[in-house]
Design a protein around this ligand. Structure first.
Ligand code: SME
Length: 164
């Protein structure tokens, strides 16, 4: 089905995002369960982009609303909890702004769940009411793996899957 070579850095990332987005939306058609939607997004994106070393969600804890707890993901063991404002994920949650970090070792307060992670993107995830429900985190073992193309594609995908 996929005609795009599965190298580590796709020549046309935007095209690959468009392709996988259509596949994700087709799979999720009619499925309202949020865990199922998150698990499907994490699995299909991780499979579409070999560069993605850790791919998944930290969800806003239902009882402690200033803390994230790990949700569906693909990759090596992730930290279980991250306070708002801490690390890249906690910064994305508290600012509600996408964070692109070219070198995680230069990011103040970066939380190293796996020492192999070198760069990272974290996108806030909101529901249809505009409430923050999670952040979506992707780590890569190469520095500077993510740019504005990833940010835009992931922001649009999260809006379509969780806020539409
Ligand atoms: N590095 C992240 C923590 C989550 S993991 O990388 C899976 C951070 O600083 O928020």
């Amino acid at each position: 089905m996929s005609y795009i070579a599965r190298d580590d850095r796709p020549a046309d990332k935007a095209a690959r995002y468009a392709e996988v987005k259509a596949e994700i939306l087709a799979v999720l058609e009619g499925e309202p369960n949020r865990v199922a939607r998150m698990a499907t997004v994490a699995s299909m994106l991780a499979d579409a982009f070999p560069l993605f070393f850790w791919t998944g969600f930290y969800v806003v804890d239902e009882t402690k609303t200033d803390e994230l707890v790990v949700g569906p993901y693909q990759g090596t063991l992730g930290c279980l909890r991250i306070a708002f404002g801490r690390g890249v994920c906690g910064t994305a949650a508290s600012t509600r702004q996408t964070q692109i970090v070219e070198d995680v070792h230069a990011f103040p307060g970066h939380i190293a769940c796996d020492a192999r992670s070198a760069s990272e993107i974290v996108v806030p995830v909101v529901d249809a009411a505009g409430q923050l429900i999670a952040v979506f985190d992707v780590d890569a073992t190469e520095v500077a793996a993510f740019d504005a193309v990833d940010a835009e594609a992931l922001e649009r995908l999260m809006a379509k899957v969780f806020a539409a």
